[in-house]
Design a protein around this ligand. Structure first.
Ligand SMILES: [Zn+2]
Length: 316
């Protein structure tokens, strides 16, 4: 009898231990995902999808040129703790991200590992070059334009990729992420309708931008970018190119120059003086100014800024 009791007791203890281990294992496995993104745009979308099931931090700040980010040791520490790394891709980060990933020695987020996500996979990419364009020529857009998040339609595609990745890594939260994605998509659709309506009267407005950060934005909202202050993406202005650009702007009566927050204003201001164009600093990223804390505010802010400038310039 004592023998049987002891056996029952043992079984109970074993069951409890097994139960505890399983629960602890599940809690651990299904804990908050630690998400790192390369840019604040991706961080904003990741927060929309992940809600309180994730913690999100980004490497580059929105007021920095995402092509050229100074690699700091603190980034390596952050990458060491990440479950997921979300990158813009299309070689936007090729100048600085690969050594950071390597030095993090975090197997989860190496390129090709389950915790690495290239957000460009389903996005509509513009300006894909014909033939061979290499970085040796100084062009920092060799795989097409990497500033694709500037179209809310691509924002939805990025969000879908992120929701799929989070679900893959936390299958128990699949329904939660699906719901978050649906909510985000609905809100973004509604916001986009408003943005399109506001921009409709200014369709076809001609402008020049410093870097090729806005082709997706221009295509979505019906703007006509006729030239760039940079002769090629990533190459600083040259006197001859600036002169050609000024002549072209005069010929086509272009009255707007958009400059990303991280470029020197000297050449754009000179172009403005020569052509009478409005020169405005327009952020292509969340965090580009303090007034742009998230992905929705990015379009709110840029569209308001642009409409004000178009009115002032008399371009439309
Ligand atoms: Zn670029």
């Amino acid at each position: 009898m004592a023998h049987i009791l002891s056996k029952v007791h043992m079984t109970k203890k074993l069951l409890l231990t097994l139960l505890f281990t399983t629960l602890a294992g599940r809690l651990f496995a299904q804990g908050k995902l630690t998400v790192m993104t390369t840019t604040e745009d991706l961080a904003s979308i990741a927060r929309e999808i992940g809600g309180d099931h994730v913690t999100v931090d980004s490497i580059a700040k929105g007021y920095q040129d995402p092509h050229f980010v100074e690699a700091k040791p603190s980034f390596i520490l952050k990458l060491q703790k990440a479950d997921v790394l979300i990158a813009v891709g299309r070689e936007l980060e090729i100048g600085w991200l690969p050594p950071l990933i390597q030095q993090s020695r975090n197997a989860k987020i190496q390129v090709g590992a389950p915790g690495y996500l290239d957000a460009s996979l389903q996005a509509a990419i513009l300006e894909i070059p014909n033939g061979n364009i290499t970085r040796a020529m100084g062009d920092v857009h060799p795989l097409g334009n990497p500033h694709y998040w500037m179209d809310p339609e691509n924002g939805k595609r990025i969000a879908k990729e992120i929701a799929d990745k989070f679900s893959e890594l936390r299958s128990g939260d699949r329904a939660f992420y699906a719901q978050q994605l649906a909510g985000f998509t609905t809100r973004l659709d509604a916001a986009e309708k408003g943005w399109l309506a506001r921009m409709a009267p200014y369709k076809g407005t001609k402008m020049v931008t410093y870097h090729r950060s806005f082709p997706n934005f221009a295509e979505r909202f019906g703007l006509d970018i006729v030239g760039y202050v940079e002769p090629r993406p990533g190459i600083p202005p040259t006197p001859q190119h600036t002169l050609d650009l000024i002549n072209e702007m005069k010929r086509q009566n272009v009255k707007l120059v958009l400059v990303e927050p991280y470029f020197d204003m000297k050449t754009p201001l000179a172009i403005g003086r020569e052509t009478g164009a409005q020169v405005l600093v327009m952020p292509p990223s969340v965090g580009g100014t303090k007034d742009v804390p998230d992905y929705f505010k990015l379009f709110d802010y840029d569209i308001s800024l642009l409409i004000d400038a178009i009115k002032k310039s008399g371009a439309k």
